[in-house]
Design a protein around this ligand. Structure first.
Ligand code: SF4
Ligand code: SF4
Length: 357
């Protein structure tokens, strides 16, 4: 890893969408889809079987893994396993789990209570990042009486391993969205017809978190947010694991859509200099120091690259996006990466081979 890996707070940079209100943009025709059963009047009188059956009727899909919630609940029903609520948005700019957790606290807490009841436990963990960069909003210690486990540390391995340790493998792990939809199915008799997404990127006029209808086109959502520039890349999902899409009129929002990122890669350099603000280092998901890598690549001072792990760059483009001087940081890091892979990493592997011989 980079020699700076231990010195940088690996905050999750979620601005500007994260701090803004959750915007509801739904199709009135699907919004009214209701369950073919009478509404629940006495939530305390519900059994675990009732909760599983309502989740099945509402066809709720957990956004974190694409699995039907009622099947997940059925597997843990009455077994006393821990309930882990996943609010970790483990990609830069995506905040479609933490935002509804904080904005829809009552519904989230109500849904967690139903999961607890179905699993026959009172052992609940809400997992979220503690460090979220440049924000007014702070992650609270609890919501509606449920403690939030605020994770620190490196992106993204440490939080994920924290999740894996809970309950020694015996647990129900469920996304915030699925929990909210379970509450609505029970209390409002609603089928799941919406998902929570983040819309962001340097072409989006109003980055925001939204609740949108499943089946809407990506274009409908982009029209709602507005674009300020012609994108070169539209990605469904995060910058690291998302899929580039070609036709926004024919690509639909699905149960597992968590983000739409609209990016213009080929902007021209502004002509300004690096001001050393360090924002690129703060947002880099790999814990690199892009400003130094860029400088050494530009001056062709390649001897120094060895210490900066340029080969670990995943080319997500986040450093360019955040740079206030509008510098093509990621392009230069990508060049340094290519050089490192050819000349440094290969040479190191050869040295190890020679030592072992
Ligand atoms: S493009 Fe590379 S250096 Fe820039 S933020 Fe992404 S991983 Fe880090
Ligand atoms: S974000 Fe841009 S201006 Fe700030 S340190 Fe990085 S390269 Fe320099």
């Amino acid at each position: 890893m980079s020699i700076f890996s231990n010195g940088i707070v690996l905050a999750q940079h979620k601005e500007p969408a994260f701090s803004r209100p959750l915007v509801c943009f739904t199709n009135p025709q699907t919004e009214t889809l209701s369950l073919d059963r009478p509404p629940v009047r006495d939530i305390a009188g519900l059994s675990a079987d009732d909760i599983v059956e309502i989740a099945r009727a509402a066809q709720i899909v957990d956004e974190r893994d694409g699995k039907l919630l009622h099947r997940k609940l059925m597997r843990v029903k009455g077994r006393g396993v821990a309930v882990v609520v996943d609010a970790i948005d483990d990609e830069p700019y995506v905040s479609s789990k933490i935002n509804p957790l904080l904005k829809l606290r009552e519904e989230t807490a109500g849904g967690i209570g139903l999961c607890e009841k179905a699993a026959g436990t009172d052992n609940v963990f809400i997992m979220a990042y503690k460090n979220i960069g440049d924000l007014e909003t702070r992650i609270p210690g609890s919501i509606e009486g449920y403690k939030i486990s605020r994770l620190r540390g490196g992106y993204p391995a440490r939080p994920q391993s924290s999740l894996l340790n809970i309950g020694q493998g015996r647990r129900l792990t469920v996304g915030v969205g699925a929990v909210i939809h379970l509450y609505r199915a029970v209390m409002q008799n609603k089928r799941q017809s919406t998902v929570f997404i983040t819309v962001a990127g340097n072409c989006v006029a109003n980055s925001m978190n939204m609740e949108v209808s499943i089946g809407m086109t990506i274009q409908q959502i982009l029209d709602r947010c507005g674009l300020v520039d012609e994108p070169t890349r539209i990605v469904c999902g995060g910058p690291m694991t998302g899929i580039a899409i070609m036709d926004t009129d024919r690509t639909l929002v699905t149960y597992t859509t968590r983000a739409i990122l609209v990016i213009r890669d080929s902007r021209r350099e502004s002509g300004y200099n690096c001001i050393g603000c360090g924002r690129c280092a703060r947002v880099c998901p790999m814990g690199l120091s892009p400003m130094y890598i860029r400088r050494f690549a530009q001056t062709q001072y390649y001897a120094n690259l060895r210490r900066f792990d340029a080969h670990l760059c995943v080319e997500c483009g986040t450093c360019s996006y955040i740079c206030p001087s509008r510098l093509e940081v990621s392009r230069d890091v990508a060049r340094a990466k290519a050089y490192s892979l050819r000349n440094i990493v290969g040479a190191q592997a050869q040295e190890v081979d020679e030592l072992e011989d």
